[in-house]
Design a protein around this ligand. Structure first.
Ligand code: URA
Length: 210
């Protein structure tokens, strides 16, 4: 779409996303579809991982075979909804290191406040993929990325299922170096900060809470 955003518009992704949006879709199905879509998003977001040739023997003889080079990538879940994107990605990249950032919104100041932060070491040498299904206002995602940069991350991408134009603009202004990969850019945010048409509260829908 532009150099900051990649839209994964594969027909299977769009079909699965439409089922997720439907309010009649069950918690179990929602979770399974999110896992499936996360693998398409991971395919796209890892496209430029560096490779190096290593000598192996196939049953037919020697070969210089391309293998991933460098430190394992770091997958960072922005709690709690980010956890819904973890398992699918880890199936594709089982050696990835995993971190968690927990933020809540202070009701008085409306600013994000950190309550948990645990990330892999040497973030500066890793591709860091921050995951959160919904890029809405962008406040928590931007705050999470602020913290990842403070912890040393220099090569960060952001994976989400849905993005609002307002969230993309906020991310672009705060972190123009962070590329966003999403399955949809929806119309807008409503007054409560929900994405429209969206799918409701992603955390509630995946965990069956209200
Ligand atoms: N978070 C959600 O879970 N849904 C939205 O629409 C916006 C933020």
């Amino acid at each position: 779409m532009n150099e900051h955003v990649t839209l994964v518009d594969h027909p299977l992704v769009q079909h699965k996303l439409s089922i997720m949006r439907d309010k009649e879709t069950s918690t179990g199905q929602f979770r399974q579809l999110l896992r499936e879509i996360s693998q398409f998003l991971a395919y796209e977001i890892t496209r430029e991982l560096p490779l190096e040739n290593q000598a192996i023997e196939t049953p037919m003889g020697p070969m210089d075979a391309p293998m991933l080079r460098g430190k394992k990538l770091a997958l960072i879940s922005i709690l709690r909804a980010g956890n819904g994107l973890l398992d699918g990605v880890l199936e594709l990249v089982p050696s990835a290191r995993v971190g968690f950032v927990g933020l809540y919104r202070d009701e008085q100041t409306l600013e994000p406040v950190e309550y948990y932060f645990k990330v892999p070491d040497v973030l500066n040498e890793r591709l860091v993929i921050a995951v959160d299904p919904m890029l809405a206002t962008g406040n928590s995602s931007v705050a999470a990325i602020d913290r990842l940069k403070e912890a040393g991350a220099t090569n960060i991408r952001f994976m989400c299922l849905l993005a609002a134009p307002e969230g993309i603009a906020r991310m672009r202004q705060a972190h123009p170096d962070v590329h966003i990969v999403t399955a949809s850019v929806d119309e807008k945010l409503n007054e409560q900060g929900y994405i429209v048409p969206g799918l409701g509260d992603a955390g509630d829908r995946m965990f069956g809470t209200k």
